[in-house]
Design a protein around this ligand. Structure first.
Ligand SMILES: *Cc1c(COP(=O)(O)O)cnc(C)c1O
Length: 434
């Protein structure tokens, strides 16, 4: 990208690039993290056992309101073990070398990070993507119901709460119950958010959160599996430590993984967890400052419904259809034209980058990804052009995920962003529409 193009553009006259980069969402340390990491090193408990792990598991279970939280090396590991637990429960233990979901279809959120759905493939399953609704930007229950008409044999649903806002949990649970399907809840981005007063991550049969570096609290890298079943928690712990049986030598009856959380990363997390609510409050303020600051533009913010409290992890923008300038995305490149009174995600993201602020496109829907675009994709309203894999951008668009990807973007949402910086970012966005 040519930064000079923006810096010399008369529309941006008088704006100077930020001396320090404003991030999308970066780690925020408070000091206690150091204390618990030092403690682990001082006492020589630096492996995958120790007080930090016990404490963060206890604190997390207490916060979300479930019986067991199992500390793992990443959110992806937590999703993989959730997939195995669900797969074994539904279809039994597979032969060695085979996945628990082999030959099985699994209904998955479509607008999400790839880590939500890759574990379906790790276990040999086929993801069927369910389109998104506009009310929460999550899985559309209408499309899900359609999917059960097309694939009545499906017994597993993977549901994400995108950008920290809970999806339509009651509706989706009712459909899952009706069809006897289990739910894996990917609350990687929504730790601390509530739906009708209860924390996300505990509505499904299996839940998980992530503490990856850009999430609302971080340990540098880890995740947790959430469950009320002691049996599942014990199994996940065992699988995560190479499936060792209770014997004096290495004895193995099952395939194992090296997925357990380390007592060092748990130390970082132990220092972070007490600040979860502070981080949410800061992110919430950022969201409402954008909402107020951008209200005169032909845009809307990512929707947050009344019956839930988001954790406001990322603030996002959706440009009105009639205010979109022409934008063409190739496989890896984007082109656009500048039109007065209009703008597009590519222009806003490039302008922000030119002034040293980081935004990001909306997560590109899974059904549009080269790796998954031949998988089935179910939308709520067909446009009459076939059974699946048809998306048409424009007035007749019924592919909600593609539409949000086309018109939406994630704004700089770092909780260390200063008010002055925030005002300039809001100003830059306004100038994009000139
Ligand atoms: C971050 C993220 C994950 C994966 O978590 P890691 O800890 O990075 O492995 C899974 N799902 C979603 C929706 C995420 O945003």
């Amino acid at each position: 990208m040519n930064k000079e193009k923006y810096i010399t553009d008369p529309r941006f006259k008088g704006i100077a690039p930020f001396a320090e980069k404003v991030w999308l969402s970066s780690p925020t340390m408070h000091g206690d993290e150091q204390k618990w990491v030092d403690e682990a090193i001082r006492t020589n408990w630096v492996s995958t056992v120790g007080e930090n792990i016990n404490e963060v598991e206890r604190m997390t279970a207490e916060k979300v309101g479930c019986k067991y939280a199992v500390g793992l090396s990443s959110g992806t590991a937590a999703l993989h073990l959730a997939m195995k637990l669900a797969g074994e429960r539904l279809y039994g233990q597979p032969k060695v070398g085979h996945g628990t979901l082999e030959g099985k279809r699994v209904f998955c959120s479509d607008v999400t990070f790839s880590a939500t759905v890759n574990p379906v493939a790790y276990e040999g399953g086929e993801a069927v993507f369910i389109d998104t609704e506009y009310d929460t930007w999550n899985m559309d229950p209408v499309a899900l119901e359609k999917a059960f008409e097309l694939y009545p044999e499906v017994k597993l649903i993977v549901l994400v709460h995108l950008y920290g806002t809970p999806g339509k949990i009651d509706e989706i649970k009712a459909i899952a119950d009706k069809h006897g399907a289990l739910i894996i809840e990917d609350a990687a981005e929504s730790f601390g958010a509530t739906y009708k007063g209860r924390q996300t991550g505990i509505f499904g049969d299996y839940g998980m959160i992530s503490h990856n570096g850009n999430k609302i609290v971080t340990s540098s890298s880890s995740g947790m599996l959430l469950t009320n079943s002691k049996e599942d928690a014990d199994k996940a712990r065992k699988w995560s430590t190479q499936s060792r049986e209770d014997a004096s030598w290495y004895q193995h009856k099952e395939i194992g993984y090296n997925y357990r959380m380390s007592n060092i990363t748990a130390g970082v997390l132990r220092g972070q967890l007490p600040y979860l609510d502070d981080h949410i409050a800061q992110k919430k303020e950022i969201y409402y400052r954008y909402k107020e600051g951008l209200k005169d533009l032909p845009v809307s913010m990512n929707p947050i419904p009344e019956d839930c409290e988001s954790n406001y992890w990322l603030s996002c923008l959706l440009i009105d259809k009639n205010a979109m300038s022409n934008q063409v995305r190739e496989e890896q490149e984007v082109h656009y034209v500048n039109e007065p009174g209009k703008s597009c995600p590519a222009e806003i993201l490039e302008a922000l980058m030119a002034f040293n602020a980081e935004g990001r496109p909306i997560w590109k829907p899974m059904h549009m990804q080269p790796i998954y675009r031949m998988n089935p994709f179910v939308i709520a309203e067909w446009s009459g052009r076939g059974k699946s894999n048809v998306y048409i951008i424009g007035d007749k668009c019924t592919d909600v995920g593609a539409d949000i990807f086309e018109r939406g973007l994630c704004l700089p949402s770092d909780n260390k962003m200063k008010t002055e910086e925030h005002d300039i970012i809001i100003d830059i966005i306004h100038r994009c529409f000139r």
